[in-house]
Ligand binder design. Structure first.
Ligand code: AMP
Length: 605
């Protein structure tokens, strides 16, 4: 048997395999795929399906699909899938075999041994069933590792010093919170609580019911009733919307022809905001906080005794989770290791060490600072125009996209200045300005404030894209900041300080140490491009004038002389083509020609 050891997170919803490859611990998989849904099934023709393909058929053909087998591990009851019977460990073995295949596909070598993680509360019978699943998949299980311990290894807590952490793990179908200590080779789970039937799937259910309610209001009946296909579509739509709401303040759900009634398609088109969604799931998140308090009590520790709160599991990407945890414990939860890969990476750390590699922790790329914008808010009870709103928080894994919404301060405001800062201070002026731009020609919105979405995307190369989108019109403007993560070196700061000191030296009392440092650290914005966002944009300038001009021309066309009409139609086409291909010169020329034609036609009426 091959001696190569991999680390495996055999999860209720998803599973991953990690190992030491190309100089560091990585999660392995074919192409960009790293997450294997823990679902097994058979197609209509009897072909075995593992992972994504099985998950895709699960809602439509539940009798041929098996999910969440982890819940049955340790039981001797067989499970039926498509008329065949399996022991739970046999189903898990199919998942493990697929993961071993993923590791082989990524590296060319099939692993022979594995570290497999299990929940801290797993009994001996459940642990033995997991070992057996490994053996059935052709893997010698060299260690069974508790999931919260794996998470703390991923964070580097196995460095020899003593660490105590609260590991909060909210996955698709389960929730666990554990207090763990790690000191060298000795790891201990001091307390563990949770709910075996709570997770992101429940969030999806709530959102799917909300969507069904919206449909029912429009069309008079629940689309899920007697229609598994519509129910499945709604559930997928709910999960997609939920994930988007982790980074966007609202999403549009569009399900065209969700059902067809007497040949007539019935659509669902609805917008949901993060606030509305958070109200739905708040009671569920609160119930997890009660488990956090119980786990701390059982361990006889207080939040301040923790070195860290570590967020694990895909559902901890929901911002409400970290916000409520921060409120409840006063600690900043950490999620700098990808929450859905963290346990696998921790298993990978142990697997690498057992293979003789001196690995201390996993390397992940995180944003070393927060990035945000300034806004007009309140400080100390007074309006203040340099309040700071971080949009990309410090220590989040990259690449990352996040949005926040802002409102114009008065309804007849036509311009917004977007100032982008790097830093943590709630006063923007104490942070570092990295770029700014202006959005002009905003729509006048009557008595309503105008909503502007600010979206930031930071990639692994430190390129920060900032887009401002006017919600009502879709108009947007974007800048790209080339080296957003660059900070000045101490030498650069010292050189700046000396330069400024020379400027100030003649002015008595003008130099103040604190103020000086701030000036010295502000660096030049490094904007390399300003460009329209092709997806959402009708930017200001000629593009914004196209529709009103075409509208005017369409209204006039009926009364035109046939020759003029033909010319107008010709010009409409040229304008549309120039707009779509973004040929600004052609666009301006054709618009000018159409305006002249209209001037002539309208004047002759
Ligand atoms: P896990 O069991 O850790 O793989 O977590 C799976 C759960 O995480 C599923 O319910 C997913 O829908 C959920 N999930 C994945 N990505 C996100 C996201 N960006 N925001 C909220 N939930 C997510």
């Amino acid at each position: 048997m091959n001696d190569w050891i991999v680390g495996i997170d055999l999860g209720t919803t998803n599973s991953e395999v990690a190992a030491f490859a190309e100089g560091q611990v990585r999660v392995l998989g074919p192409g960009d795929n790293r997450i294997l849904p823990s679902v097994v099934g058979f197609s209509a023709s009897g072909e075995l399906l593992v992972g994504e393909a099985a998950r895709n058929q699960q809602a439509l053909y539940p009798e041929r699909t098996i999910r969440s087998i982890k819940r049955k591990m340790g039981s001797t009851d067989a499970v039926e899938v498509g008329g065949r019977y399996f022991q739970p460990q046999e189903v898990s073995a199919l998942i493990l075999r697929e993961l071993a295949e993923w590791a082989r596909a990524a590296t060319g070598v099939r692993p022979g041994k594995a570290v497999i993680t299990v929940p801290a509360y797993f009994s001996d019978a459940q642990r033995s069933a997991t070992r057996e699943a490994g053996a059935l998949a052709g893997l010698e299980v060299v260690r069974i590792l508790n999931e919260p311990t794996a998470a703390s290894l991923a964070y580097g807590f196995g460095d020899g010093a003593k660490h105590t952490a609260l590991v909060y793990d909210l996955g698709g179908g389960t929730f666990d919170v554990s207090v763990v200590t790690v000191e060298g080779e000795v790891t201990e789970v001091l307390a563990s609580h949770g709910n075996n039937h709570l997770g992101g799937d429940d969030f999806d259910d709530l959102l799917a019911s909300w969507l069904a309610g919206k449909f029912e209001k429009l069309h008079g009946f629940d689309p899920r009733k007697d229609n598994p296909r519509a129910a499945a579509r709604l559930w997928w739509a709910a999960e997609e919307a939920k994930k988007k709401l982790s980074s966007e303040p609202y999403v549009q759900v569009r399900e065209e022809a969700l059902l067809v009634d007497n040949g007539k398609p019935l659509n669902l088109r609805v917008e949901i905001s993060r606030d509305e969604y958070e109200e739905m799931i708040r009671p569920l998140v609160h119930s997890t906080l009660d488990s956090v308090s119980k786990a701390l009590q059982d361990a006889n520790l207080r939040p301040q005794d923790m070195d860290a709160i570590l967020l694990v599991g895909g559902s901890t990407r929901t911002p409400l989770v970290s916000n409520l945890l921060r409120e409840r414990t006063g600690l900043e939860p950490r999620q700098d290791v990808h929450p859905d890969l963290c346990v696998a990476l921790g298993a990978g750390v142990l697997a690498s060490r057992l293979s003789g590699q001196a690995v201390e922790r996993v390397l992940v790329d995180v944003s070393p600072y927060s990035f945000g914008v300034s806004y007009l808010g309140e400080r100390g009870g007074y309006p203040y125009s340099h309040c700071y709103k971080p949009i990309i928080p410090r220590n989040t894994p990259l690449p990352l996209t996040r949005s926040e919404r802002f409102y114009t301060s008065h309804p007849d405001q036509e311009i917004v200045e977007v100032e982008v800062f790097q830093g943590e201070d709630e006063d923007s002026l104490r942070n570092i300005l990295v770029g700014d731009f202006r959005v002009e020609g905003l729509t006048l919105t009557g008595n309503e404030p105008n909503e502007i979405l600010c979206r930031m995307r930071l990639d692994l190369d430190g390129i920060l894209e900032v887009t401002a989108v006017e919600k009502v019109s879709g108009k947007s403007k974007r800048i790209t900041i080339a080296n957003a993560m660059h900070t000045k070196t101490p030498e650069e700061i010292e050189a700046g300080r000396r330069r400024l000191q020379a400027l100030f030296q003649d002015r008595e009392g003008a130099y103040e140490e604190g103020a000086f440092e701030e000036i010295a650290e502000v660096r030049d914005p490094a904007i390399i491009e300003v460009q329209p966002d092709p997806e959402t944009t009708i930017p200001a300038g000629p593009y914004a004038d196209v529709e009103p001009l075409l509208e005017r021309s369409r209204a006039a066309i009926a009364n035109m002389h046939p020759d003029d009409r033909e010319e107008a139609i010709d010009l409409h086409e040229k304008i549309a083509n120039a707009r779509d291909s973004r040929n600004e010169k052609d666009l301006l020329d054709s618009m000018k020609a159409l305006k002249e034609l209209l001037f002539f036609v309208e004047g002759n009426r």
